[in-house]
Design a binder for this molecule. Structure first.
Ligand SMILES: [Zn+2]
Length: 200
C-alpha cells in the first residue's frame, strides 16, 4: 500500500507516474489534521499526470470501502478534489462549487469513511447546482438532487475542512461516538463468529 501522495512538483509528477497507478490509498481517521484543513483551489494545468493517477486511486479506494464519495484529504492528499458515485458512473470533481441550492432542506442519515460505523441525522439542501472540473480539465455544471446532492455537499465540506460531526453539540457527539463504538464492536463480533464458523 502506498503512503501519502502529496505531490505538486514536476519531479513529483514523474515519480508518481512511475508508481503503479492502481493503488489503494490509506484512509485517515477523523483525528487527522488534514480533515480540518481547507484545501486551496487547484490552479495548475490540465491534464496533470498526478491528478489523473490520484483520480484512479481515489476511485479504487472508494469502491473498496463501498463509499458513495471520497475526498482527497480523507486519504491525506492535499488536493481540492473528490470522487463520487453519480448515475452509475464515478465523477472526478476538481475545484467543486455549489452555485445555487434549494431553500428547502432534506433530512439525511449520513455516514462517512472517516467515521466508520457512525451515522448522523443531518440537514442538507434538497437540490443543488454544482460545478466542477474533471481530471482532463473539462468543466461541468449540473443540477443534482437526492443522494448525489447530499454526497456532493458532504464531499465539498471535506475540502473546506468541515467534518460531519462539526455541527453536533458536545453531548450529541459523545452519544454518536458511543453508538459508533457499539456498532464497531458488533461488526467485529459478527466477523469473529463468521471466521470461527468457517474454520470449525
Ligand atoms: Zn466523509
Amino acid at each position: 500500500m502506498s503512503d501519502t501522495f502529496v505531490i505538486d512538483t514536476e519531479a513529483g509528477i514523474k515519480n508518481t507516474v512511475q508508481d503503479s497507478e492502481l493503488q489503494i490509498l490509506p484512509l485517515y481517521d477523523d483525528n487527522h489534521p488534514m480533515l480540518a484543513q481547507k484545501i486551496p483551489t487547484y490552479t495548475g494545468n490540465f491534464p496533470n499526470g498526478t491528478l489523473t493517477v490520484l483520480a484512479k486511486r481515489l476511485k479504487m479506494t472508494m469502491k473498496l470501502y463501498n463509499g458513495l464519495g471520497l475526498a482527497a484529504n480523507q486519504c491525506g492528499v492535499f488536493e481540492r478534489m473528490f470522487v463520487m458515485q453519480h448515475d452509475g458512473k464515478i465523477l472526478t470533481c476538481i475545484n467543486p462549487k455549489i452555485i445555487d441550492e434549494s431553500d428547502e432542506a432534506q433530512d439525511v442519515k449520513e455516514g462517512c469513511l472517516s467515521f466508520p460505523g457512525m451515522f448522523l441525522n443531518l440537514k442538507r439542501s434538497k437540490w443543488i447546482t454544482a460545478q466542477w472540473t474533471d481530471e482532463n480539465g473539462t468543466e461541468y455544471e449540473a443540477m443534482m438532487e437526492g443522494v448525489p446532492a447530499v454526497v456532493f455537499q458532504h464531499e465539498l465540506d471535506h475540502l473546506n475542512g468541515v467534518k460531519m460531526t462539526d455541527s453536533l453539540k458536545p453531548l450529541a457527539l459523545k452519544m454518536a461516538k458511543e453508538k459508533q463504538m457499539k456498532f464497531i464492536k458488533k461488526i467485529k463480533r459478527q466477523y469473529k463468529k463468521q471466521y470461527q464458523e468457517s474454520i470449525s
